[in-house]
Design a protein around this ligand. Structure first.
Ligand SMILES: Nc1ncnc2c1ncn2[C@@H]1O[C@H](COP(=O)(O)OP(=O)(O)OP(=O)(O)O)[C@@H](O)[C@H]1O
Length: 360
C-alpha cells in the first residue's frame, strides 16, 4: 500500500475566541478531530465557507501551526513534535503559496533577493550560483530572467504570484500548499496561474494541497476534494464524485450555490440557508443540522459517524448512515482526557484575562 505523503490523525486546533466583558471566554475549535491522507502526486482540494477551518488545517499539515490534539505524519514519519533542524528540513520540503501576492513579498527586496533567500538560508548557496538558479526559477514560472533586479511593485498581481511560486520552488519542495492561490487575482489571470501550477506539478512531480472557495478552480485542478464544515470534514471524494453526485447535503448546497457551470441547468438542491454558526459555540449533534433541509431529531442530538463507501469515499451524515448500515465506518475519536484538561485550563486562563481591571 502506498504511504501517504502527509497524514492527519484526529487533528484538532483550538484558538482563543474573541473576548467579551462578563461572558465566559470561549474557544474556537478551528479544526476538530480531522483525519485525512494526502497521497503522493495527487492534488487534494480543501473547500468550505469562510471560517470552516481550511487554512488552519493546511497549516497544521505543514507544521506551520502546532496541533492542540492529534498527530501529523510526513511520508510515514510522525512530525507532530518535530523541532530544530528536522523542522527546518520540513519547511524546505513542504512549501506554501499565499493568497495575497501583494502582502507576501517584501517590497524592499528585489526579485533576486526574494527568490534567492531560501537558497541562501537553506543551502548556503553562494551569489553566482544563486543568481544562476534564480534565473532558472524565473524561467520555470514564465518570467524573464532579466527581471531579477526589479522590485515587487513593478509587477502585476499575476506576475507577483509567479514570483511567490518561484520562491516556494527554490528549496526543492515535494509538496506545495496553495492557500487560495488565485482568489486575489483578476479572473483573466487566474486561469494562467492555475495552468502554471498544473504544469509545474507534472514537470516537477509535486503533490499539491489547494485550499479554496472557488469551485471552478477546484474542479479544474484537483483529484480529490475534502469538504469542511465548522472544523470537520463532512465529505471526501474524487472531484467527479463531488461535482456529479455530491452526497452530503452541505456539499450539495455548496455546489448548488456556486455560479451555474452549465447555463440553464436546473437547481435540484436548495441553496445554502443562513450563515455559518458561531464556531466558538457549534451546534450539538451534526454541526450542519441548523441549515440542513433533511434535519431530524437524531441530527440535532447525535454526531454522525464517518462512513467509508466504495472506492474510499467518505461521508458524515445520518442520511447515509441509514442507507448504508452495513458499510464500514470511521468513528471520530472523542477528545482525550488530556485535551479536555488542557482546554479547561486554557478557558480558565482566558476568562481571568477577560475580566475588567480592578480599578477600571
Ligand atoms: N490565529 C487565530 N486566532 C484566533 N482564531 C483563529 C485564528 N486563526 C483562525 N481562527 C478562527 O478559526 C476558525 C477557522 O479559521 P480558518 O482561517 O482556518 O478558516 P478558513 O475556512 O480558512 O476561512 P477563510 O476562507 O476565511 O480563510 C475561524 O473561526 C477563525 O476566526
Amino acid at each position: 500500500m502506498t504511504t501517504p505523503i502527509l497524514e492527519a490523525r484526529d487533528l484538532s486546533k483550538l484558538f482563543p475566541g474573541p473576548k467579551k466583558l462578563f461572558t465566559p471566554a470561549r474557544f474556537v475549535t478551528a479544526v476538530d478531530r480531522v483525519s485525512l491522507a494526502v497521497m503522493p502526486g495527487e492534488t487534494l482540494a480543501i473547500v468550505g465557507e469562510s471560517g470552516s477551518g481550511k487554512s488552519t488545517l493546511g497549516r497544521l499539515l505543514l507544521r506551520l501551526l502546532a496541533a492542540s490534539e492529534g498527530r501529523v505524519f510526513y511520508q510515514g514519519e510522525e512530525i507532530t513534535h518535530a523541532s530544530g533542524s528536522r523542522l527546518n528540513q520540513l519547511r524546505r520540503e513542504l512549501q506554501i503559496i499565499f493568497q495575497d501576492p501583494f502582502a507576501s513579498l517584501n517590497p524592499r527586496m528585489t526579485v533576486e533577493q526574494i527568490v534567492g533567500e531560501p537558497l541562501w538560508l537553506h543551502q548556503n548557496m553562494k551569489k553566482p550560483d544563486r543568481q544562476y538558479r534564480v534565473a532558472e526559477l524565473l524561467k520555470t514560472v514564465g518570467l524573464p530572467a532579466a527581471w531579477a533586479g526589479r522590485y515587487p511593485h513593478e509587477f502585476s498581481g499575476g506576475q507577483r504570484q509567479r514570483i511567490g511560486i518561484a520562491r516556494a520552488l527554490a528549496s526543492g519542495p515535494k509538496l506545495l500548499l496553495g492557500d487560495e492561490p488565485v482568489s486575489a487575482l483578476d479572473v483573466s489571470v487566474q486561469a494562467q496561474v492555475v495552468n502554471l501550477l498544473e504544469s509545474l506539478k507534472h514537470q516537477l512531480g509535486l503533490t499539491m494541497v489547494i485550499v479554496a472557495h472557488g469551485l471552478a478552480v477546484i474542479r479544474h485542478m484537483s483529484d480529490r476534494v475534502a469538504v469542511m464544515y465548522l472544523g470537520q470534514i463532512v465529505e471526501l471524494a474524487t472531484v467527479d464524485e463531488i461535482f456529479d453526485a455530491p452526497l452530503h447535503p452541505y456539499t450539495q448546497a455548496l455546489i448548488a450555490s456556486a455560479p451555474q457551470m452549465q447555463p440553464g441547468m436546473q437547481r435540484e438542491t436548495p441553496l445554502l440557508q443562513g450563515d455559518l454558526p458561531n464556531p466558538a459555540n457549534p451546534p450539538s449533534g451534526c454541526r450542519f443540522h441548523t441549515r440542513c433541509p433533511y434535519v431530524t431529531d437524531e441530527c440535532r442530538q447525535v454526531e454522525p459517524i464517518t462512513q467509508v463507501l466504495d472506492g474510499g469515499r467518505q461521508v458524515s451524515c445520518h442520511r447515509w448512515q441509514d442507507i448504508n448500515r452495513d458499510r464500514s465506518v470511521i468513528q471520530i475519536a472523542p477528545p482525550s482526557a488530556a485535551f479536555l484538561r488542557r482546554r479547561a485550563l486554557f478557558e480558565h486562563a482566558a476568562s481571568l484575562s477577560s475580566l475588567p481591571a480592578r480599578n477600571s
